[in-house]
Design a protein around this ligand. Sequence first.
Ligand code: SIN
Length: 314
Amino acid sequence: MMNETFTIAGVTFRNRVLVASGTFGYGDEVPELVDADKLGGIVTKSLSMKPRDGNPAPRIAETASGMLNSIGLANIGVQKFIDEKIPKLSSFASTVIANIAASSVEEYCAVLEALDPFKVVAGFEINVSCPNVKEGGLSFGTDKVKVALITRELRRRTKKPLIIKLTPNVTHISEFALAAESEGADAVSVINTLIGMAIDIRTRKTRISTITGGLSGPAIKPIAIAKVYEVYRAVQIPIIGIGGITSWEDAVEFLLAGASAVQIGTYNFVDPSAGVKVAEGIKLFCEKQSIGNVGELVGAMEAQRSLSVIESWL
Ligand code: SIN
């Protein structure tokens, strides 16, 4: 019997494929489109204390093999999530992770404390990496002291899995993973989007309102895999790999580089059932290779470490 499961801080996920924050709503909108119970987990859109309208339109633009977004953390706010979404999520078989974004350490703590009592919220992914807001987001995620402080304060307030979602918009992401690990994070999500920009040459306007946005999709996959590998070499805690996955083959690449699990993001907009297909594909691949536990793939790439540039950063 193939073992597809994995565990973070005592919480077991039915398989190693989750859907990424911001690409699957709050998990309750999709039952007609996809059997969400077949996913390893669902990560909600970032939740803040108060509802947020987000940035003005246009806030999405397609680019070569990718997508720029500048949503600005639009969300319904934690109270509406509790009142309207949690009752629907309670029947889900897959694990629900609440993603939290905030403009201050106090706000992160308040949102986490509001959600912590609810059993259906199995854990937290902390967004310290949104490139589209002036307060919070990258101003936290590019400062190791702040990443450590936020992790420490949240760790004191929950026993549930605490996953810090890191930005690639830094020189050495492994230093930020270490900061999170040293303050008690149970896992890190690697990576959030890369800062990008596109200009309409006819109107001479940028294609999204905030000029820059976060680049996601297949265009960033090789970058994401390199970041996963760098973090894997630096920390002991599990890594959830994110960035441009469209197929089970992509997901296996992330696992081999050191991810314990993956999240499907932008590709959900092309095929909302991508996560289920990726999980099935990984299972079949393992069966064909006589691998009894998907976890055997984690970090199992053939590494030519002596040639690795990353090693010298660690
Ligand atoms: C956004 O809401 O602007 C995107 C979220 C993120 O990049 O973390």
